[in-house]
Design a protein around this ligand. Structure first.
Ligand code: GSH
Length: 336
């Protein structure tokens, strides 16, 4: 696990000392946008026009941020237009590795991880070096790559899913909209709340290096989950009867919660299974067409328990829990 400093790989864990033990996630830096006509998006350069087979998505099946992009690729029927490569779930001193990486591989290959089909790199950081020789920062998934200009379009999942939501509609004919104009303000507000307290909140709990920082993150997390639990009493999804981007962004944290975060990140006031509305809502989302296939619990558990050795020095991956996300959710009658 590490980062690039002026284009050189340095093996280093997150620094929390400067923030009294609090884990502060750095903003993603590579923020161009694919647009329908190639004009510039809200940030970055123009020139990334939506075209079939031009873009490639590098993901980890373990990562909740990358998971969002896989879900949107599925929902928006982009599978035939945008290929995906899955990295190994075990993150070691070289960060994310491709399957069959030369050199430092000491662990075992986990089924489902793949080699880099485009440039035969061993490690994800080498793609960052290739695109940005002087790059400074963490080497993260998801990564949206442009095969035409051999560069990185974006390493920010929240923006990649917005691109997937609309930029390719004219090519796929799929105009399902998970960020409809009329709900954008409400979605943005929910996203901020959920990101801060829940999506990133579990990491702030798990990566905290002081008791105070952990307790603060823990309280904020469970108070936010309580808020969501009551919100979901009378409404099927966060904003009514239609699933929006906000639901999918919450989903990728909820699906990891009981299997990883409760134990590994010490978010153990209670499980999601014990919250009736949220757990049924989670199953409802899981049972949407194509979604279960984006969830790989082996990669998820192997990644967290193995890669964060300072949290789990033995690297033993727990066997349980065994949760059946296919059992009935009984939420279809909620019409709002
Ligand atoms: N803001 C980014 C965050 C992505 C991110 O932090 N991904 C994690 C995996 S879950 C990663 O690759 N971490 C490697 C590192 O920080 O060194 C996004 O949402 O795309």
């Amino acid at each position: 696990m590490g980062l690039l400093q002026n284009g050189h790989w340095v093996d280093q864990w997150y620094a929390t000392e400067e923030n009294n033990g609090d884990f502060v996630r750095k903003n993603a830096q590579l923020r161009h946008w694919v647009t329908a006509n190639g004009q510039a998006g809200p940030s970055g350069d123009a020139g990334f026009k939506a075209e079939a087979n031009r873009y490639h998505l590098y993901v980890s099946l373990a990562c909740p941020w990358a998971h969002r992009t896989l879900i949107f690729r599925q929902l928006k029927q982009l599978q035939a237009l945008i290929d995906v490569t899955v990295v190994e779930p075990h993150m070691r001193e070289n960060g994310w590795e491709f399957a069959n990486a030369n050199g430092s591989r000491i662990g075992r290959h986990i089924t489902g991880a793949q080699a880099d089909p485009l440039y035969q790199k061993d490690f994800l950081y080498q793609l960052y070096q290739f695109a940005k020789p002087q790059y400074n920062g963490r080497v993260t998934v998801p990564l949206l790559w442009d095969k035409k200009t051999n560069t990185i379009v974006s390493n920010e999942s929240s923006e990649i899913i917005r691109m997937f939501n609309s930029a390719f509609n004219h090519l796929t004919g799929n105009d399902l909209d998970y960020y409809p104009q009329a709900l954008q303000q409400q979605i943005d507000e929910l996203n901020n709340f959920i990101y801060d307290k829940i999506n990133n909140g579990v990491y702030r709990s798990g990566f905290a290096t002081s008791q105070a920082a952990y307790e603060e993150a823990f309280s904020a997390l469970f108070s936010a989950l309580d808020t969501i639990e009551s919100r979901l009493t009378g409404t099927r999804y966060l904003l009514g009867e239609h699933i929006t981007e906000a639901d999918w962004r919450l989903f990728t944290t909820l699906i990891r919660f009981d299997s990883v975060y409760v134990g590994h990140f010490k978010t153990n006031r209670n499980t999601i299974e014990s919250m009736p509305n949220i757990s049924a809502y989670l199953r409802d989302l899981y049972q949407q067409p194509g979604i279960a296939a984006t969830v790989n619990m082996t990669h998820i558990k192997q990644h967290y328990y193995f890669s964060h050795q300072h949290i789990n020095p033995t690297q033993i991956v727990p066997i349980g829990p065994d949760i059946d996300y296919l059992r009935p959710h009984n939420r279809a009658d909620l019409t709002t």
